[in-house]
Design a protein around this ligand. Sequence first.
Ligand code: BES
Ligand code: MN
Ligand code: ZN
Length: 500
Amino acid sequence: MPPRENSPTISVATLVPSAVQSDLLLVPVFESDTFADVAGLDEASGHAIGRAIAAGEIKGKLYELFMTPLSGWGAPRVALVGAGARAPFTTERLRRVASAAGLAAKHRHVGRVAWLVRGENAVASAVQASAEGLMLAAFNGDRHKSGERSGPPPAEMIIVAPGADADSASTAARRGQILGESCNLSRDLVNEPANLLTPTVFADRAAEVGRAAGLVVEILNEKQITKLGMGLLLGVAKGSAEPPRVIVLKHEPPGAPESPVLGLVGKGITFDTGGISIKPADGMERMKGDMCGGAAVVAAMRAIAMLKAPIRVIGIVPTTENMPGGRAVKPGDVLTGASGKTIEVVNTDAEGRLVLGDGLWYAQQLGATHLVDVATLTGACVVALGKVASGLFGQPGPWADLVGRTALNAGDRVWPMPLFEEYAEQLRSEVADMTNTGGRPAGACTAAMFVKEFTGGLPWVHLDIAGTSWVDDDKPWQPKGATGVAVRTLAELAFTSSEW
Ligand code: BES
Ligand code: MN
Ligand code: ZN
């Protein structure tokens, strides 16, 4: 992969906005805004802002944009960015508005932007969400274009939080920056075409990122995978000329307690053709993103190490292609996983749950006490929840609730889905312990029930991100392509162990 552009620097200013030097000042504007808290802004615009409000040109509607020159301020121009109702200004809306503002600045090739924190939110969470939104906006997804590209993001981004405590605001900004950068790392890996991001390359990239962040890195090759008996992963890999890998990243902070140990497992299918149960041609190119769960785990582990989470965390990514081939696994074949369970492969396109099975087994071998897996697992989940929310399955209830709350706070929309025992009946096999598909009804739920069989009864959550890992259309706050879903959730989860 060609190197990324340098990430912008993010700093915090606790001065009044008029005193902050930049090329463009970004200011969220609320419905019925009077700017009472931004003294002198209307005057500095020569009352252009007041006139625009009076004329109904500025209404504070989400993502509307109004730019006008300023005189006598540290910035020669201001961009007002619609932010909706002033209260409650949720951190999720704040993050999106900051991102929309950052994208507007990037498209205008602004070198140094300042973003004004407004609203009633706690300063630290507002500054962190601002930094996340601005970093997400700095992402470029056009690295393989040889002609005109979208240009570098702003070199410098300043978060203006007038009167805030400088130390805690800087800490929050750094946290947001690291989380935002980690999302962008995940997006980069997911956008990368499968000819360039093979399982081997994915593992090499993860090792490089992991070492730089201070993680313990182990990459298991085919021989080691065979020795561990991971017959489900090997079965999926059989049709491919590319060898599989298992990426293992460990965060072992000095002085951390022996337990709990958070185990994160991500589906790492670098390309999913469906195998012998081959997918239709239309849209198959999207299946380069079938390693999004794995990318989220790698990127979250980076953030966990850089932010020095207080507990042990293990990240595991079984990675392979799913290809048809002369040696490929066939419908009706029986595979034996590392846990000893036997699986009748009825549909080779239900490969994600197979590799997760061996990955979850290995997480337990390495001592995980709490499990979360993330996977672009089923089209059925997209049918159920659309592209608006990831499906959240898990047990016991309190653990699933905690992961769900953490996700919503982190800005990853999730919705609870059921694990009714009856779904397991759809996985009954005549010849093996289970089949790998449960037919059409409740496809996301039967997939989750399959995965549950590999969790050893530990607290576990499964996030089905098939619908949320990728967007097909540009939005004011998010360009099309990989989204970086689940990265912030997994990273923030490593800081919640007092509630486990
Ligand atoms: N990777 C796909 C799921 C997927 C679909 C991800 C759409 C992203 C967007 C997964 O491996 C798959 O093929 N699932 C099958 C399962 C079926 C054969 C039981 C599906 O959802 O059709
Ligand atoms: Mn598949
Ligand atoms: Zn898949």
